[in-house]
Design a protein around this ligand. Structure first.
Ligand code: HEC
Ligand code: HEC
Length: 223
């Protein structure tokens, strides 16, 4: 009886955590997606050819032909987890992630368009990047791998994985991303400009400019 009580407590705790996570991730990661790991939330398969066609017509000018943007302010999208891309597109459209340029483009897309584009991008190979700042690289590596213990900053590697590939579907790929874009996003999380992720707001809140610069540069070279 005692054992059963323990089990029930444990499972109700798990349920609470899952609910909390589902809320944080909404609307991109419904609970169903967690039970059927790779399957998309809706039954129909994404149409990769349609995704490629829409991306090529509209998005490639800024994000590169295969999703490997050559412009440091525009993120690389190739090989990013589709669920993450989908969440961002939905949140640009709804305004939860506030960006005037991307709101315009995301608003023209239906849910199916978003899904087709996101899964096509996920199938493309990401081009690696490079770290550039020799003076800051040790600091960047320390923060990425170990966090900052005395300020309770969690290690980035714990969620984004040691090589920056992320963990599908919850934690996006960051390795090889442009340092300028990473720096802008970390600063936006910290300053409350990007408000679509509580964990990242909490992580970034405790980083100063120099630490953000260091970790952004280190991540750009991760592969
Ligand atoms: C005029 C240039 C431009 C065009 C065209 C454009 N984007 Fe973007 N995109 C950006 C910029 C700049 C950002 C970074 C926004 C920010 O700072 O939050 C971005 C961000 C994104 C992100 C978030 C990536 C991440 O890592 O969080 C996604 C997804 C995205 N764009 C997809 C698209 C798609 C799909 C299209 C076509 C329908 C498109 N973009 C068209 C400039 C553009
Ligand atoms: C508790 C887990 C967790 C930790 C620890 C964490 N992150 Fe994140 N990070 C996330 C999640 C979840 C997202 C996706 C946010 C969203 O859905 O918009 C994210 C998004 C990001 C993004 C935006 C990516 C993009 O393409 O726009 C950057 C940059 C980033 N994290 C960097 C870091 C850095 C640097 C650290 C360490 C200082 C770190 N993260 C620690 C969970 C975490």
């Amino acid at each position: 009886m005692k054992l059963i009580a323990h089990l029930m407590l444990a499972s109700s705790l798990t349920a609470t955590v899952v609910c909390a996570m589902a809320q944080e991730m909404k609307p991109a990661a419904p609970v169903a997606a967690q039970t059927h790991a790779a399957a998309p939330a809706k039954a129909s398969k994404p149409d990769l050819a349609k995704g490629e066609a829409s991306f090529t017509a509209v998005c490639s000018a800024c994000h590169g032909a295969d999703g490997n943007s050559a412009i440091a302010a525009n993120p690389k999208l190739a090989q990013q987890h589709p669920q993450y891309l989908l969440k961002q597109l939905q949140e640009f459209k709804s305004g939860r992630r506030d960006n005037a340029v991307m709101k315009g483009f995301a608003s023209t897309l239906s849910d199916d368009d978003m899904r087709n584009i996101a899964y096509w991008l996920g199938s493309k190979q990401a081009q690696p990047g490079f770290a550039k700042d020799k003076q800051l690289i040790a600091m960047g590596e320390r923060i990425y791998r170990g966090g900052i213990a005395d300020r309770h900053v969690a290690a980035c590697a714990g969620c984004h994985s040691p090589n920056g590939a992320g963990i599908p579907a919850q934690y996006p790929r960051v390795g090889g991303q442009h340092a300028d874009y990473l720096l802008a996003q970390l600063t936006a999380f910290r300053d409350g400009v990007r408000q679509n992720s509580l964990p990242m707001t909490q992580v970034a809140a405790k980083l100063n400019d120099r630490e953000i610069k260091a970790v952004a540069d280190y991540i750009a070279g991760l592969r």
